[in-house]
Structure formats: structure tokens, C-alpha cells
Design a protein around this ligand. Sequence first.
Ligand code: AMP
Ligand code: ZN
Length: 117
Amino acid sequence: MENCIFCKIIEGEVPAQVVYENEHVIAFNDINPVAPVHILIVPRLHIPSLNDVEPEHLEVMGHLMLAVKEIARQHEVAAKGYRLISNCGPDAGQVVYHIHFPLLGGRQFGHNLVRKS
Ligand code: AMP
Ligand code: ZN
């Protein structure tokens, strides 16, 4: 998708610190981390947001969830715990309209909302 920063990362046109990739999924460090582990888990397919997930995406979304588990294990947060997010739409503050699942770990979050400052 033209003018999509995450598609550009997927195509290798924009650099990123890629920590995991397979046929369906790529994951890279967030450029503005708010936790010791802050990884964006992204399907290679350009799906704008959770509002746009369709039955035809079942396979890729399943692979994405398996990637979450594997990335949490690799970054040693699986046992201690971590938070998985997806901001959907304006009220959630979605900025990049290529669906992504930030995995946040390495500190405690409690039940407060995630703040960026
Ligand atoms: P949101 O759409 O609200 O989930 O916010 C987009 C997230 O993507 C923010 O946490 C940004 O720091 C992150 N981000 C934006 N551009 C890049 C990039 N080029 N590389 C890594 N992370 C990025
Ligand atoms: Zn995209």
C-alpha cells in the first residue's frame, strides 16, 4: 500500500529493527518505546485496522497470534507477563493505519491505561 510506513518497512524501503519474521508476519522494535520491550507485531498484508479484519484473514491473524507467543518467549517476558494492544481508530489514538499489535513488556502496567508520557 502506497504511503504506508509499515508497508515500506515490510518492503525494506524504510529501515527498522526487525526482531522476528515469517511468511505472514513481521515484528520490529517501536521507534518510540514506552517499555523495555516494545515490539510491533504486524501482518505483511495491509489491513488498516481491526475494523477491516475479514474471514479471509483468519489464517494470517492466527499466525500473528502464534508470533506473539514466540516473540514473548524470545524476549523473556512470557512467564512474567506482557501486554498486547491494538489501537483501532481515532478515539484509541491510532496513527498508523496498518494493523499492528504492540507487545509491551519488561515492566509492570497494572490496570492503568497505557500512556505515552
Ligand atoms: P498507533 O497507530 O497509535 O498504534 O501508533 C503507531 C506506533 O508506531 C507508535 O508507537 C510509533 O512510535 C510507531 N512507529 C511509527 N513509525 C515507526 C517506524 N518507522 N518504526 C517503528 N515504529 C514506528
Ligand atoms: Zn501497510
